[in-house]
Design a binder for this molecule. Structure first.
Ligand SMILES: [Zn+2]
Length: 464
């Protein structure tokens, strides 16, 4: 047996998220774990790889808890639409996608996230046109190629227009087909081990596109298999109205009635919450993925994040799909979250360090991985980012965490996932950098062609 590879990062400012910051210290990585960290130089370790972290800030890898990777292929459409208008315009485009589109979009999307310090990403995929290949596996293949941890959520919609839902009937599935495909996805891909690179979640899309029965049977399936539950909730006032009209209650109460609040559930958005809703989320341990750029792009509103945190509700961050956030990086969402909370509640609403915690430990909690991810601590997985907060054109700020969160994301010197180098000096090292970037444009061209064959043209887009 050879001992695991040792990597020493030295002369670095460490913001571990859990525990005190270390202004000039070292991190020891052995195999896929953090073995030690502390002030001053690392202990002498013959044969170890040494990285000089001078001018850098070390943080835990960022954890993205809401995304739709396939949407890389459909950016910039329905530019001035509300969520419901935007969805209605895009369902027709998405109906044309196949596994090749998903794979290309996911390769570019996950590469893009990794380049800005994201080491774990979820992906909520909920459009499965028939006979177009294994769309769910395509995302997982892309994650394996890029080298990030992946939490794909098998999404679903069974409530088409003819049943009072929003999506056209052509893009929804039959309930039994959804449950069978979801169980298959868990069997084929879910790895519950602590160092897991792939964990599957169960994720009916939203109250306005999934039936109550799909929601309750999905919850039963997820709980029987020990996997997590995810859905969109309380994103817009239109959704509020829809729920009151169709179910006689607002979204959080509806989820409560369906058994969909609990420590194994995280909700995307959670923008329009009452005081009582916030207490309910906190009391039940239900997490939320805050996606400020997407909420702003679609004019959805500003989530009550600082109030949720005060009540003890868990909040992580999400970039949301590339078609409603137009390629924001997760690092950029820390800044958006900070600015939005301050715009709404004043300058003490969210600090730089709280924003960093949302993007790391908050995300890890949403995914049920706070024991393994989200902070730099001995024994945790070595998912580490070195940000070049010092250097040419760097912010002239003494506090590197302020430089990371208050301004645009600084360049990335190194991204480790389980001790493996995924990004170095701003380039992907696991796969050819330029090819990964081109995969997104190729997916866009392919989807545009397939959608045109389905009769979608740009003339049907909504512009006000
Ligand atoms: Zn979403």
């Amino acid at each position: 047996m050879t001992s695991p590879m040792t990597l020493l990062i030295e002369n670095v400012h460490i913001a571990p998220v859990a525990g005190p910051e270390i202004p000039s210290g070292h991190i020891v990585v052995e195999g896929d774990r953090i073995a030690a960290l502390g002030p001053g130089p690392a202990p002498l370790t013959p044969g170890a790889r040494r990285v000089d972290g001078s001018g850098c800030l070390a943080t835990p890898g960022l954890v993205n808890t809401h995304h739709h990777l396939y949407q890389w292929a459909s950016q910039g459409l329905a530019q001035d639409a509300t969520l419901f208008e935007w969805l209605v315009a895009l369902y027709d485009v998405w109906a044309a996608m196949d596994a090749e589109v998903v794979r290309g979009a996911a390769t570019a999307g996950l590469g893009w996230l990794a380049l800005a310090g994201c080491t774990t990403s979820s992906d909520h995929h909920y459009v499965f046109p028939k006979g177009r290949g294994d769309l769910f596996a395509a995302g997982i293949e892309a994650a394996r190629e890029i080298g990030v941890r992946f939490h794909p959520a098998r999404g679903s919609m069974d409530r088409g227009r003819s049943h009072g839902g929003l999506p056209p009937d052509e893009v929804v599935e039959e309930l039994d087909d959804v449950l069978a495909a979801t169980a298959e996805a868990i069997d084929a891909h879910h790895d519950p081990s602590p160092s897991s690179m792939v964990r599957v979640a169960v994720a009916p899309c939203s109250p306005f596109s999934a039936s109550a029965r799909l929601m309750t049977e999905s919850a039963a399936l997820a709980r029987a298999r020990g996997v997590r539950l995810h859905t969109h909730l309380a994103e817009t006032l239109d959704e509020d109205e829809h729920c009151v009209e169709q179910f006689g209650m607002r979204p959080v109460d509806y989820m409560d009635k369906l058994g969909w609040l609990g420590p194994d559930v995280w909700l995307a958005h959670a923008v329009h919450l009452s005081d009582g809703d916030i207490v309910k989320l906190a009391r039940t341990g239900t997490g939320s993925a805050h996606c400020p750029s997407s909420n702003a792009r679609l004019g959805a509103g500003i989530a009550r994040v600082s109030e949720m945190l005060r009540q003890g509700a868990n909040v992580g961050l999400g970039v949301d799909g590339s078609a409603s956030s137009e390629l924001t990086s997760l690092a950029g969402e820390m800044r958006q979250a900070l600015l939005f909370q301050r715009a709404r509640y004043g300058p003490r609403a969210l600090s730089a360090r709280q924003a960093l915690e949302l993007a790391t430990l908050g995300g890890a909690r949403n995914l049920g991985r706070e024991a393994e991810l989200g902070s730099l601590e001995p024994g945790k997985l070595a998912d580490v980012v070195l940000w070049r907060t010092g250097g040419p054109f760097a912010a002239a700020v003494a506090d590197p965490v302020c430089a990371l969160v208050f301004g645009p994301p600084p360049p990335v010197a190194l991204v480790l996932v389980g001790g493996r180098t995924v990004v170095e000096d701003g380039e992907l090292r696991t796969t050819p950098h330029d090819a990964a970037g081109r995969a997104g444009a190729d997916a866009h061209r392919r989807l545009t062609r397939l959608a045109a064959e389905h009769g979608f043209t740009a003339a049907r887009e909504i512009h006000h």
